[in-house]
Structures are given as C-alpha cells and as structure tokens.
Design a protein around this ligand. Sequence first.
Ligand SMILES: [Zn+2]
Length: 59
Amino acid sequence: MTAGFQCAGCGEWNETTVDSSAGMQQNYIEDCQVCCKPNLLRVTWDMSAGEYTIYAELE
Ligand SMILES: [Zn+2]
C-alpha cells in the first residue's frame, strides 16, 4: 500500500510503500528521495479514511 509523507528536512513529498502486514502502527526510517536525509516515519492506519497517514521527523 502506498502512502505519502512530507520530508521533515526539505518539505518535499515522498511516496513510500507501507507493508500492511506489519500492523496498524509502524515506525521506520526512510531516506528522502530529494535531499537524502533520513526521516523517522510514524505510520498510523486511519480507519475512517482507509489509508495510512505518516508523520515524518528527522532522526
Ligand atoms: Zn528531503
């Protein structure tokens, strides 16, 4: 399942693939495709929207 997050370093939007078998709440690190800074992603399943919402912060 794909979801978007806004890089905490440069503010650009990135697309990431969330492994839905890993649960409704996940934390992992992914590098921004634009500035290559590692973003700590806090992924939560939004039941009402039916999609993952991601909050990103710098590691
Ligand atoms: Zn960035």
